[in-house]
Structures are given as structure tokens and as C-alpha cells.
Ligand binder design. Structure first.
Ligand code: NAG
Ligand code: NAG
Ligand code: NAG
Ligand code: NAG
Ligand code: NAG
Length: 373
């Protein structure tokens, strides 16, 4: 309340003052270490991102200018990011090493608190290294208020939104989380097996990579050719629900059903240790639809075995979501059988209905900002 009065007093002074001599707008530099930047996803010790969908959120009073200065560990050339202002749709824009001024709607009012959400969209060429943020000098950074739901998704290209124009921001996982007004963490690597082995250029599978800061793109990075353990205490808030959709690449690499079940069960045991109380959901595959109307499924019955194995080990907070029949030929790109934009939207809808049956309800509103003048 005290600062609110201060802001009003400053505003009164400002309106009484003569117009400032015109010059370049003065900006405030915000350090990437500022505690009011709400980071999500995987950021390394250089404040550089790994994994598509990593980003940050801000709540800012009197915002009229937002700049992003990116350092040399950013991918060379353009990096596509999604920017959402005040919980509007995520718009794709390109950013690059150096200072980027982000487009803001003209309608932002001096007494309003604006919410900014930004994330990298691509599954490769997606690294941004944050050196600083710039705000107009009259802006005030406020704490971002997280939603009560935080969905953690784990998967491969089918969850990463590979082949979509807006990448992961168009994926079923992202769309569903937004529809539930949930925070989201998405760790999805195209081509990756769950099994920790080489699959389609990924030197390592999700059962190892998930516990690392870096996705397997590190292997092709000359400036950061190593991995570090991810510190899960940096996932704030902690995931409230975990969803896993994986296996397409293990199947392509002829991993046997028994081996897949064993790897999956051990993986979920590790996920459970990190998330003692979160319900964990295993999604069966929706398969590869063909033009003749058939769908190529894989590991039939094996996902059920994984859930049963965890139940036998005493974990009864693990559930199966059967996605059989969710995706047809019309929902995929004909040349790679990955869901197209409307296919991802359809999956997000069906997924939403499925989790409502487990009592998960969309949140009535976004909580940030707390204070709106
Ligand atoms: C980078 O993105 C900008 C803005 O979208 C675009 O004008 C420019 O052509 C892109 N540069 C390259 C090298 O593609
Ligand atoms: C971003 O840059 C890429 C090339 O680097 C270009 O193909 C794309 O159209 C640009 N996107 C936007 C939204 O400007
Ligand atoms: C809002 O920001 C502008 C530009 O930085 C500044 O001139 C103005 O004084 C600020 N208004 C308030 C109410 O702080
Ligand atoms: C998997 O098995 C099929 C059928 O035997 C074979 O054509 C394919 O090359 C194998 N894939 C890999 C990655 O070994
Ligand atoms: C780009 C690059 O230098 N990649 C190297 C990363 O390290 C592995 C060995 O661990 C090399 O095989 C890669 O060539």
C-alpha cells in the first residue's frame, strides 16, 4: 500500500511538471539476476536457455518500453520467441544477439500493471542468453504471481510441436496448459527415445536428458559442449501434475517392449522422487495415422504395464490416459504424420476432457497481477 501511494504521488508530480525536452527515452537496465524475473524452464549458469518453451514472466507497472539484450551464447541469427502481453495469444517474433526492442500494444496505460510472458519456440536454434532487460525508467517491476496449477509435460517431437509454424507454442501441451490457465514446463525433444541411447541424432534419451539442464543439442554446440545436472529446486512453483507421452522413437529404434517397460518404470520412479505428491499421467500413443484410415500404434498394452508396475511398487498416484483414436489422417501433416496446427488443438481439447475426468479443473482466472489500479 505504501508504494502505491508513492506511485500516485510521483504521478501527481509528473503531471504537474513541464513536458520533458524530447530525447531518446531513458531506460532502466534490469539485471538477469533480478529476483522479480520469474524464470521457467531450463536456464544454464550463463542465463542461457535450453529446451524449447524455456522463458520468463514479468509483472510490470507503467510499462511502455521493453528491451531484451542477448549475449553471445544465443543461437547465431534469428531465434523465434513467443510473446504474450496480458495473457493474450503468444505472437511469434524474432530476436537476435544484441538489443531487441519488443513490440508492445499502444493501449498499455500508465496506471496499469502489464504481464509479459516470453519463451523460445523452436526445438533447435532456440538458445537465448539474457544479458539484461530494459524497461522505461518510470516502470516498476512487481512480483509475478504464479497460477495454482503447474503442468510438467515430458515428450518427443509430438509434444515439441515440431513442424508447426510457432513450434512448441502451438503444441497440444502448451495449448492445453493455457486453456487450464496453468503454468507449464515442457521438456520435449524431437527424435529422442526414452531409452538413454543415440536416436535420430540425440546423443542420449529422455530418461537421462530430463535430469540435465541442457537438451541434447549441447552435443552440436561448440560454446557449451557439455551437460550439467538440473537443480529441480529451480522449478518454481513445483509441478502440480506430470504428463508423459513418449515411445515413438524407441519403437522406431526397435527397443523391445520389455526393455521399454523397464526403462519407463525406472524413469517414473525417479520422477516420483522429485514429485512426491503430484499425480503422474502416462499417455498411450495416438499413433501414426495413414491415408487409408489405419493408424500405426506401438507398444500395445505396454503403457498399462508401466502403470501397473508402479502400482505394484506402491505408487497409486499414477494414471493412464488412453489416447487411442484421438488423431486421424486429417489431423497430421501428410509428409511426416506429425499433428498439424488443428490436430494439436484437437488433441489439446481431448486431453483437457480426459484430465477433467480426474478432477483437474481450469482455473477461473489468471492471478497476476495482484494489484491493478
Ligand atoms: C530475422 O528476422 C527479421 C524479423 O522477423 C527479418 O526481417 C529478417 O529477415 C530475419 N533475418 C534472417 C537472416 O532471416
Ligand atoms: C524469423 O526469421 C526467420 C529466418 O531466420 C524467418 O523465416 C521468419 O519468417 C521470421 N519470423 C518472423 C515472425 O519474423
Ligand atoms: C510512467 O513511465 C513514464 C516513462 O518512463 C514516466 O515518464 C512516467 O512518469 C511514469 N508514470 C508513473 C505514474 O510513474
Ligand atoms: C528396426 O527394425 C526394422 C525391421 O527389422 C528395420 O528395418 C530398421 O532398420 C530397424 N531400425 C533401426 C534403427 O535399427
Ligand atoms: C560441436 C562440438 O564440438 N561437438 C563435440 C561435443 O563433444 C563430443 C564429445 O563428447 C564430440 O564428439 C562433438 O563433436
Amino acid at each position: 500500500m505504501f508504494w502505491l501511494l508513492q506511485v500516485l504521488a510521483v504521478a501527481a508530480l509528473t503531471s504537474a511538471a513541464p513536458p520533458a525536452a524530447s530525447s531518446a527515452p531513458r531506460v532502466l537496465d534490469v539485471s538477469p539476476d533480478d529476483k522479480l524475473i520469474a524464470y521457467h524452464g531450463r536456464w544454464d549458469e550463463n542465463r542461457g536457455t535450453w529446451w524449447g518453451s524455456s522463458g520468463f514472466k514479468l509483472s510490470v507497472l507503467n510499462l511502455s518500453h521493453l528491451g531484451l539484450t542477448l549475449g553471445p551464447h544465443s543461437t547465431a541469427g534469428n531465434v523465434s520467441v513467443g510473446l504474450s502481453v496480458n495473457f493474450g495469444p503468444f505472437e511469434t517474433l524474432n530476436v537476435t544477439e544484441g538489443t531487441n526492442v519488443l513490440p508492445l500494444p499502444k493501449s498499455l496505460k500508465p496506471f496499469a500493471t502489464s504481464t509479459i510472458r516470453l519463451n523460445v519456440q523452436g526445438w533447435q536454434n532456440n538458445r537465448i542468453q539474457l544479458e539484461s532487460l530494459q524497461l522505461n525508467d518510470g516502470a516498476v517491476l512487481l512480483p509475478f504471481v504464479h497460477q495454482r496449477l503447474n503442468f510438467q509435460f515430458i515428450g518427443d517431437s509430438l509434444t515439441a510441436g515440431q513442424y508447426l509454424p510457432n513450434g512448441i507454442d502451438g503444441s497440444w501441451a502448451f495449448l492445453a496448459a493455457e486453456a487450464f490457465r496453468a503454468e507449464h514446463l515442457i521438456n520435449a525433444q524431437p527424435g529422442a527415445c526414452l531409452t538413454d541411447q543415440l536416436c535420430w541424432g540425440n546423443y542420449g534419451g529422455i530418461s537421462g536428458m530430463f535430469f540435465k539442464t541442457e537438451d541434447t543439442g549441447y552435443y552440436y554446440s561448440a560454446d557449451h559442449n557439455y551437460t550439467t545436472a538440473w537443480d529441480f529446486s529451480r522449478d518454481v512453483p513445483k509441478p502440480t501434475h506430470v504428463f508423459v507421452h513418449i515411445g515413438a522413437n524407441d519403437n522406431a529404434y526397435n527397443i523391445t517392449g520389455d526393455s521399454f517397460v523397464s526403462t519407463y518404470t525406472t524413469f517414473l520412479e525417479r520422477i516420483r522422487k522429485l514429485n512426491p505428491t503430484a499425480p503422474i499421467f502416462v499417455l498411450t500413443p495416438w499413433g501414426w495415422p495413414n491415408s487409408d484410415g489405419t493408424v500405426g500404434y506401438y507398444y500395445d498394452g505396454r503403457y498399462q504395464e508401466v502403470v501397473q508396475a508402479r502400482a505394484a511398487a506402491g505408487d497409486h498416484n499414477m494414471h493412464l490416459i488412453d489416447t487411442t483414436g484421438w488423431v486421424t489422417w486429417d489431423d497430421v501433416f501428410p509428409d511426416n504424420q506429425h499433428p498439424n496446427p488443428s490436430g494439436h488443438a484437437k488433441i489439446a481439447g481431448l486431453f483437457g476432457e480426459a484430465i477433467k475426468r480426474f478432477g483437474i479443473e481450469p482455473q477461473p482466472r489468471w492471478l497476476s497481477p495482484v494489484i491493478q489500479l
